[in-house]
Write a protein that binds this ligand. Structure first.
Ligand SMILES: Nc1nc2c(c(=O)[nH]1)N[C@H]1C(S)=C(S)[C@@H](COP(=O)(O)OP(=O)(O)OC[C@H]3O[C@@H](n4cnc5c(=O)[nH]c(N)nc54)[C@H](O)[C@@H]3O)O[C@H]1N2
Ligand SMILES: Nc1nc2c(c(=O)[nH]1)N[C@H]1C(S)=C(S)[C@@H](COP(=O)(O)OP(=O)(O)OC[C@H]3O[C@@H](n4cnc5c(=O)[nH]c(N)nc54)[C@H](O)[C@@H]3O)O[C@H]1N2
Ligand SMILES: [Mo]
Length: 553
C-alpha cells in the first residue's frame, strides 16, 4: 500500500497531532482534512470553536473547514507558490520575521530575501486572482502568532512542482521561527493508515529501512552482511516511471501488492497499454480488483483485521494491530506469501511471526531500535526511538533541524504544466470524498457508503453550468489531451468559474483517463491536481457503477 504518496519520501509531520491544536494560527493548505483526515479535522474545528484558534484555508474549493476559518484564499490549482511567497514578502516588509531564529538556526536568508522582492501581494493577485488584501491579512495572522502551524496534503504535493511548493512552505515557517516547538512546524498529513510505515520500511525506490540510502557503501555493506547476499546498488523506479519502462519493454514482470494502479495511476489508457506489454503480472490483494483481473497470478492476502503487526501513522507513531478475525478461504498473511516466494526462489526466509519480522526491523533500523512489541502497548511509540530506554520523539527538530542549520531555498513561481487554452478551457482538479477510499475496493462494497457516494460526478460552479447550458445530472463528455470520460454534472457553490472537480474513486468514468502524468523532478509525483479539459454536452447515458465483483453488504 505504498501508493503514490510514498514517493513523498521521508516527509513526516514535524509535530504531533495532539500539540498542533495548541497553535494560535493554522495555515491549512491543499488539505481537505474534515473529509480525508476527519479525526484531525475535528480537532482543528474544535481548536477554532472552543480555543479561538485562527484557521486560514488555502484551497481552490470551499472545503468543510472554511466554515470554521477566519480566512479562505482560493487560488486556481497550481498557484500556491505565488501566495506563499507573497505572504513571506509581507512578513519581511512588516518586520514580522523572527530575526533571532534566522540568525541562529538558518542559512541562505539573504538570497531568499532577494528572490522575494517581486512577490508583492499585488503581483500575487495578478497571478492568482486572490485579493491582495486577503494575502496581506494571511501574512499578518501567520507572522504575528506565537505559535503557528502549517498543515498540507495532496493539494500541495500532487503537482509538477510539488517539491517547490513544500519548500516555499518550509521557507515561510523558518522565516517566522515556527519550527521545533509545540503548535508549529510544517506538517504533511500522510494518506494511508500505514504509508508512513511503508516508507519507513524502505517501500521507496532509493532507500532501505529508516531512509538508509541505496548505493552508500556503508549502507550496502550493512544490509549485505545482515542478509548474507549481494544487493543491487541501483536506485529503482517510481510508480509512473514503471509504466513508462513497461511501455519501452524494459520492465517485463510486475508484482503489485496492495495497489490498484489500473484505477489510481494517471493517464490510465497509457498505463493499460503498458500493462498489456508485461510478460508476467502478479497481484497480491484482498479483493479481485481491476488490476487483479488483468493479472496472470492472483495471490489472495489477508486484511488488517485478520493479522498481527504494526502500522506507523502520520505522526511517526508505531502502533500494534491485533488479529480479530480468521482469514477467509485460501487468503494468507502478506509476509507469509512473500517469505514463501522468496524461499522457492532460492533465498530462504524463515520468520515465525509478524513479531519475528519486527525484531529484524529493529536490528537494521536505527529509528526503530528501541521499539519492542512489549513497549508498544496501547499507545504505541513515536520514532526516532534509538534504544529501549528512549521514550520516543513527539516533536522533531527541537534542537535545530537535522542538517544542523536549516536552509532557505529561493523558489520561483512557475505555472502548472497545463494551463487552460481555447481547446481545453477548464482546469480539472481531482481528489477524494469522505465516504469512499481510493479505488473503492473496500468502501465500494459497503452499501451505506455506496449510497452516500454512488458515483463520481463532474462538479462545477453555477456560472460554468449556465455558460454550458447544463444542469444537475446532465450528462457531459470531459476530454483532456489524453482521453475522455462521460460523467453526470453536479453543480456546487464550492467551486469558482473555470475550475471543475472530479473524484477518482470509481473505475467507471475513471478520472485518471484524463490526468497528466508529468512528474515533479524530485519527488516523482504526477500532476494529479491540474489537467486542462474541454466539456461538451453528451447524448448517451452516463456510466453506471459496475456491480460485477462487488458483494454489497
Ligand atoms: N475518505 C477518504 N479519506 C482519505 C483517502 C480517501 O481516499 N478517502 N485517502 C487518503 C490518502 S492516501 C491521502 S494521500 C489523503 C489525501 O488527503 P487530501 O490531500 O486532503 O485530499 P484531496 O482530495 O486529494 O485534496 C485535498 C485538497 O486539495 C485541494 N487542491 C487541489 N489543487 C490544489 C492546489 O493547487 N493548491 C491547494 N492549496 N489546494 C489544492 C483540493 O481542492 C482538495 O480540497 O487522504 C487520505 N484520507
Ligand atoms: N486522479 C487522482 N489519482 C490519484 C490521487 C488523486 O488525488 N487523484 N491520489 C493518489 C494517492 S495519494 C494515492 S495514495 C493512490 C492510492 O492508490 P492505490 O493504492 O492504488 O488505491 P487503493 O484503492 O487504496 O488500493 C489499495 C489496494 O490494497 C488492497 N488492500 C487493502 N488491504 C490490504 C492488505 O492488507 N494486503 C494486501 N495485499 N492488499 C490490501 C485493497 O483491496 C486495494 O486494492 O491514488 C493516487 N491516485
Ligand atoms: Mo495518498
Amino acid at each position: 500500500m505504498a501508493g503514490l504518496a510514498a514517493t513523498l519520501g521521508s516527509g513526516a509531520m514535524t509535530n504531533s497531532v495532539e500539540d498542533l491544536s495548541e497553535a494560535e494560527v493554522m495555515l491549512v493548505i491543499g488539505s481537505n482534512n474534515t473529509e480525508t483526515h476527519p479525526v484531525i479535522g475535528m480537532r482543528l474545528r474544535n481548536a477554532a470553536r472552543y480555543r479561538g484558534a485562527k484557521i486560514i484555508v488555502v484551497d481552490p474549493r470551499r472545503t468543510g473547514l472554511v466554515d470554521d476559518s477566519v480566512l479562505w484564499l482560493s487560488p486556481p490549482p497550481g498557484y500556491d507558490i505565488a501566495i506563499v511567497n507573497a505572504m513571506a514578502h509581507v512578513i519581511l516588509e512588516e518586520g514580522l520575521h523572527n530575526e533571532d531564529y534566522i540568525e541562529e538556526k538558518t542559512e541562505g536568508f539573504e538570497e531568499f530575501k532577494k528572490a522575494l522582492v517581486p512577490y508583492t501581494p499585488e503581483y500575487a493577485e495578478e497571478l492568482t486572482g486572490v485579493p491582495a488584501k486577503d494575502i496581506l491579512k494571511a501574512a499578518r495572522l501567520y507572522g504575528s502568532a506565537n505559535k503557528a502551524a502549517i498543515l498540507y496534503c495532496m493539494g500541495i504535493t500532487q503537482h509538477s512542482k510539488g517539491t517547490d511548493n513544500v519548500k516555499s512552505l518550509s521557507n515561510l515557517a523558518l522565516l517566522c521561527g515556527q519550527m521545533g516547538k509545540r503548535g508549529s512546524g510544517v506538517n504533511p498529513l500522510r494518506g494511508q493508515n500505514n504509508v508512513q510505515g511503508a516508507c519507513d520500511m524502505g517501500g521507496l525506490p532509493n532507500v532501505f529501512t529508516g531512509y538508509q540510502k541505496v548505493g552508500l557503501p556503508e549502507v550496502q555493506g550493512k544490509f549485505e552482511k545482515h542478509w548474507g547476499v549481494e544487493l543491487s546498488d541501483k536506485v529503482g523506479l517510481t510508480v509512473v516511471e514503471m509504466s513508462n519502462q513497461m511501455m519501452e519493454g524494459n520492465v517485463k514482470a510486475l508484482y503489485v501488492m496492495g495497489e490498484n494502479p489500473l484505477v489510481t495511476d494517471p493517464d490510465l489508457t497509457h498505463v493499460e497499454e503498458a500493462f498489456e506489454k508485461l510478460d508476467l503480472l502478479v497481484v497480491q490483494d484482498i479483493f479481485l480488483t481491476e488490476t487483479a483481473r488483468a493479472a496472470d497470478v492472483v495471490l489472495p492476502a489477508t486484511s488488517f483485521a485478520e493479522k498481527d503487526g504494526t502500522f506507523s501513522n502520520t505522526e511517526r507513531r508505531v502502533q500494534l494491530v491485533r488479529k480479530a478475525l480468521d482469514p477467509p478461504g485460501s487468503a494468507r498473511l502478506d509476509w507469509e506469501i512473500l517469505a514463501d516466494i522468496s524461499t522457492r526462489m532460492g533465498y530462504e526466509m524463515s520468520y515465525s511471526s509478524g513479531q519475528d519480522v519486527f525484531e529484524e526491523i529493529r536490528e537494521v533500523t536505527p529509528q526503530y531500535a528501541g521499539i519492542t512489541y512489549k513497549r508498544l502497548g496501547r499507545e504505541g511509540l513515536q520514532w526516532p526511538c534509538p534504544d529501549e530506554k528512549h521514550p520516543g520523539t513527539p516533536i522533531l527538530h527541537t534542537k535545530g533541524v537535522t542538517r544542523g542549520s536549516a536552509l532557505f531555498v529561493p523558489i520561483e513561481f512557475r505555472p502548472p504544466a497545463e494551463v487552460p487554452d481555447a481547446e481545453y478551457p477548464f482546469v480539472l482538479t481531482t481528489g477524494r470524498d469522505y465516504y469512499q477510499y481510493h479505488s473503492a475496493t473496500m468502501t465500494g462494497r459497503v452499501k451505506l457508503l455506496r449510497d452516500a457516494c454512488p458515483e463520481s460526478y463532474l462538479e462545477m460552479s453555477p456560472e460554468d453550468a449556465d455558460k454550458l447550458g447544463v444542469s444537475d445530472m446532465s450528462v457531459v463528455k470531459v476530454s483532456s489531451r489524453r482521453g475522455h470520460v462521460i460523467a453526470r454534472i453536479k453543480i456546487t457553490p464550492n467551486l469558482s468559474a473555470g475550475i471543475v472537480f472530479k473524484k477518482f474513486h470509481f473505475y467507471e468514468g475513471a478520472v485518471n483517463r484524463l490526468t497528466n502524468p508529468v512528474l515533479d523532478p524530485t519527488s516523482k509525483i504526477p500532476e494529479l491536481k491540474v489537467t486542462a479539459v474541454r466539456i461538451e454536452k453528451h447524448d448517451g447515458p452516463a456510466p453506471e457503477p459496475e456491480s460485477q465483483g462487488m458483494c454489497l453488504m
